[in-house]
Write a protein that binds this ligand. Structure first.
Ligand SMILES: [Mg+2]
Length: 365
C-alpha cells in the first residue's frame, strides 16, 4: 500500500431526465429523475464514485468541501468525516450532510478499488443475495383501484415477495379502499407496506392504521413528520403497528434519538443523506444493538453493497421502472426469481456511471 496516496481532484457531474410518468406520493410530485455523480480522483490513478442530488445547497457545500480534500489521504475516512462535519462551521443535518455523504461514498469506493474487493466483502460480508421489496403504488391521474391493483400484482409476478404503496394524498376512506384492493390483488402471502411520506398528523395516522389493521400491514412508513417523536410514540401505543422511518434523518445522533422513542421497529437510513458509508455502518450497528432492522431508503445499488455487509438487513427498496435510476449505473443488477437481488462482484461500491445512458440525459452541471 502506498503511503503517499492523495486525492488529486474532485469533480461532480449532474444529470436529469424525464420520468415516463410523473409519480405522486402523500406530499410531493416528481416529474424527473436526477442524480449527481461525485468523482474523486487519486494519485494512484484510481477514481472513486459517490452519488448525491443536484440541489443548490448540496452542490455549494460539496464544492466547498472538495477544496479541503485535495492532497489528503482518501483512506483517512474518519478524519475527513470529522473535519467536514464540524458544528458551527457545517452541519449538523441537511444539505451539508448530504454533500459529505456523497464524498464519503466516493472515498469508500476508492478503498474497495485499491483493495480489489467489493465493498461488502471489505467491510464485513454477510450475504450475497438480498431480499427486496418493490416500491410503487403511487398516485397518478386516471389511476383507479383496478389500475393500482394490476400494478402491484404485476410486481409480484416479476418476483417481488414484498411491495410498498403510497397513502396520505387522499381522504382516509379512499386510501383504505386502495390498501384493501392491493391486498386482495397480491394475496395473503406477500408482504404489504404503506408509506405516508410524512403526510399525516398522528391522529390521522392512528385512524388510518386502525382501519387497515386487518390487511396485515408489514410496516407503516413515515406516518408523521420526521421530528414528531411524540407522534410516533402515540401511533405505536394506540395501534401497535410496526413503524418505519429514517429517510429524512441524519447521522448516528439522529438515529439514536429515533431509537430512543421506542416506537420505531424498522430504520431507513439513506447513505446518500445520512453521512455516507462511514455513518451508515455505525447506524446499522446501533440498530443491531437495539434489536432493530435496517431497510434503507432509496438508491438500490448503493444500498445493495451495504446490506450485503450487515447482519440486520431486512429488505432492499427496489424501483423497477425503466428508464429509471438503475440505468444510470454500469453495474445495475437484475432481480432474481426468488425475491432477492445479488450484490455485484465489482471492486468498490459499484456506483460507476453508465456513460451510454447518461449521454441522453440533460447535463445540469
Ligand atoms: Mg418512504
Amino acid at each position: 500500500m502506498t503511503s503517499d496516496l492523495t486525492i488529486t481532484a474532485v469533480e461532480t457531474r449532474e444529470y436529469q431526465w424525464e420520468r415516463e410518468t410523473p409519480i405522486q406520493n402523500g406530499l410531493h410530485t416528481y416529474t424527473h429523475h436526477e442524480i449527481s455523480f461525485v468523482e474523486v480522483q487519486t494519485s494512484a490513478g484510481i477514481t472513486g464514485y459517490g452519488i448525491g442530488r443536484p440541489r443548490p445547497g448540496e452542490r455549494g457545500f460539496r464544492n466547498s468541501f472538495a477544496k479541503k480534500l485535495i492532497g489528503r489521504d482518501p483512506l483517512m475516512t474518519e478524519a475527513i468525516w470529522a473535519d467536514l462535519w464540524s458544528p458551527k462551521l457545517y452541519g449538523r443535518r441537511g444539505q451539508e450532510t448530504r454533500a459529505l455523504s456523497s464524498l464519503d461514498m466516493a472515498l469508500w469506493d476508492i478503498r474497495g478499488k485499491l483493495a480489489g474487493l467489493p465493498l461488502y466483502r471489505l467491510v464485513g460480508g454477510y450475504r450475497k443475495d438480498i431480499p427486496f421489496y418493490t416500491a410503487g403504488g403511487y398516485y397518478a391521474p386516471g389511476k383507479g383501484l383496478k389500475e393500482l391493483a394490476q400494478e402491484m400484482a404485476g410486481y409480484v409476478e416479476k418476483g417481488a415477495r414484498a411491495v410498498k404503496m403510497k397513502v396520505g394524498a387522499v381522504e382516509i376512506p379512499e386510501d383504505v379502499a386502495r390498501v384493501r384492493a392491493v391486498r386482495q390483488a397480491i394475496g395473503p402471502d406477500i408482504k404489504l407496506m404503506i408509506d405516508a411520506n410524512c403526510a399525516y398528523r398522528a391522529y390521522d395516522a392512528i385512524s388510518l392504521a386502525r382501519r387497515v389493521e386487518d390487511q396485515d400491514i408489514f410496516w407503516f412508513e413515515e406516518p408523521v413528520q420526521p421530528d414528531d417523536y411524540a407522534g410516533f410514540r402515540r401511533i405505536f401505543e394506540a395501534t401497535g403497528m410496526t413503524l418505519a422511518t429514517g429517510e429524512n434523518e441524519y447521522t448516528k445522533h439522529g438515529f439514536r434519538d429515533l431509537i430512543a422513542t421506542g416506537a420505531i421497529s424498522i430504520l431507513q437510513p439513506d447513505a446518500r443523506y445520512t453521512g455516507g458509508v462511514t455513518e451508515f455502518l455505525k447506524i446499522a450497528a446501533l440498530a443491531q444493538a437495539h434489536g432493530l432492522d435496517i431497510c434503507p431508503h432509496g438508491d438500490q445499488l448503493a444500498h445493495l453493497s451495504l446490506l450485503a455487509a450487515i447482519p440486520n438487513a431486512r429488505m432492499l427498496e427496489y424501483y423497477p421502472k425503466a428508464p429509471g435510476m438503475a440505468d444510470a449505473f454500469l453495474h445495475t443488477r437484475p432481480v432474481n426469481a426468488d425475491g432477492t437481488i445479488t450484490v455485484p462482484e465489482v471492486p468498490g461500491m459499484g456506483l460507476d456511471p453508465n456513460p451510454e445512458f447518461l449521454r441522453h440525459a440533460k447535463r445540469l452541471a
